[in-house]
Design a protein around this ligand. Structure first.
Ligand SMILES: CC(C)(COP(=O)(O)OP(=O)(O)OC[C@H]1O[C@@H](n2cnc3c(N)ncnc32)[C@H](O)[C@@H]1OP(=O)(O)O)[C@@H](O)C(=O)NCCC(=O)NCCSC(=O)/C=C/c1ccc(O)cc1
Ligand SMILES: O=C(O)CCC(=O)C(=O)O
Ligand SMILES: [Fe+2]
Length: 358
């Protein structure tokens, strides 16, 4: 018998050991049928997501990409990236079955026995580029987040085939391949507006030189109102392409102190600007804070593709953006240092970008 799985969790035994150290995840905890949320997950009141600060009448733009080469489509993409930093796209060309397959594959991975998933934890994983974990940075967090994840840094097809979990690798790779044209089209449109006329090899590396894909799993939570699925953060990517299921629970920072829900739309993809693009565009495109509620009755999944610079790229405002005499708001930073800074602290809204501010 597996001594870790068999350990009963009582009020007095250590939840953190069970979830984090022994890699059972919050899914393991959720499946034990807890009636109350363990104290480690209780978020301070100001971080909880309550109806009082949600704006039901607002919504992020929905952009139809069927005629993606038309001027008005490019314009709505750029307007949305400037004003909201977040939008949904429909008729984007990624086949619906590719999206359905990756959602099925996500459930398949998380439904594996704990000992199978544990093979991809930091200490056991065959590679640094595959990691099964829980919360965001548990060592640094005062309150944990109600989420497990599998994170895969894409190095090459060969490495992915060799090292990624077989429960999901084919479907994940197909989704990454399928989304490639969409990523290119979005970036081309966004670059034109900021005077970058051609995406040459250097720019290609900076805008989309590396990719990371996460499978997020938010299991049923006993007291969802006291915790979060993911706390307030902005992504450190250039762009994020997010697939969510039909449950909902993602909120985006609107004007003032309000939060706007991102409703699930069947077949759509959610696009958001990350810090790297905010920096490269010298603040013209906005990387917006977002967060995810925990759910009391359903297991939710989401699958973000983070499109990034390469780790060894230096990032800073593009010369084309500063050509008219605009003052640089950000300095040049090594992208891997930026990402390391993000990963080593708890989620803290938009604070990561201060690392690059002049
Ligand atoms: C600097 C990196 C991140 C790590 O390189 P490394 O130092 O050789 O690798 P390590 O595996 O030793 O990781 C160093 C630290 O980074 C952390 N980390 C390593 N991957 C991870 C990981 N997927 N997850 C959360 N900590 C990690 C982790 O804290 C770890 O510390 P420690 O566990 O204490 O040794 C390197 O992979 C790199 O430069 N990557 C560039 C591309 C990249 O990953 N970009 C990030 C895009 S992800 C994004 O925009 C948003 C992500 C996100 C994710 C979760 C959210 O809740 C919200 C948002
Ligand atoms: O689950 C979601 O809808 C959003 C996930 C997210 O923000 C992230 O993984 O960075
Ligand atoms: Fe995010």
């Amino acid at each position: 018998m597996d001594p870790i799985v068999a350990t009963p969790i009582s009020e007095s035994s250590n939840i953190t050991d069970f979830v984090i150290t022994n890699r059972n995840g919050v899914k393991g905890l959720s499946e034990m049928g807890l009636k109350t949320l363990p104290k480690q997950y209780i978020q301070p009141v100001e971080e909880r997501i309550t109806v009082s600060n949600i704006l039901p009448q607002e919504s992020i733009p929905i952009i139809d990409m069927s005629n993606w080469d038309e001027q008005k489509v490019s314009e709505s993409i750029c307007d949305a990236a400037e004003k909201w930093g977040f939008f949904q796209i429909i008729n984007h060309g990624v086949p619906i079955e590719v999206l359905e397959n990756v959602k099925d594959a996500t459930h398949r991975f998380f439904n594996l026995p704990a000992e199978e998933k544990r093979k991809f934890s930091k200490e056991n994983s065959p590679s640094n580029s595959v990691r099964f974990g829980t919360s965001f940075s548990p060592e640094a967090e005062k309150a944990l987040e109600w989420k497990d994840y599998l994170s895969m840094f894409y190095v090459s097809e060969e490495e992915a085939y060799a090292l990624w979990p077989s429960a999901c690798k084919d479907q994940v790779l197909e989704y990454m391949r399928g989304s490639e044209p969409v990523i290119q089209r979005l970036l081309e449109a966004l670059m034109k507006r900021i005077n970058v006329k051609e995406i040459d090899e250097t720019k290609k590396s900076l805008l989309m030189g590396s990719k990371r894909i996460n499978l997020n799993y938010y299991p049923i939570c006993p007291n969802p109102e006291l915790t979060v699925g993911i706390g307030r953060h902005s992504d450190v990517s250039t762009l994020t392409i997010l697939l969510q299921d039909d449950i909902g629970g993602l909120y985006v920072r609107g004007n003032n102190d309000s939060w706007v829900h991102v409703p699930p739309i069947s077949g759509s993809l959610v696009i958001n600007v990350g810090d790297a693009l905010q920096i490269m565009s010298n603040g013209r495109y906005k990387s917006i804070e977002h967060r995810v509620v925990a759910n009391g009755s359903k297991n939710r999944i989401s699958v973000p593709i983070f499109v990034n610079p390469r780790p060894d790229d230096m990032i800073g405002p593009f010369p084309e953006v500063l050509a008219g005499g605009e003052e640089a708001l950000y300095k040049q930073v090594l992208y891997s240092n930026y990402v390391r800074h993000f990963f080593k602290k708890a989620h803290d809204g938009k604070k990561t970008i201060e690392f690059a501010k002049i």
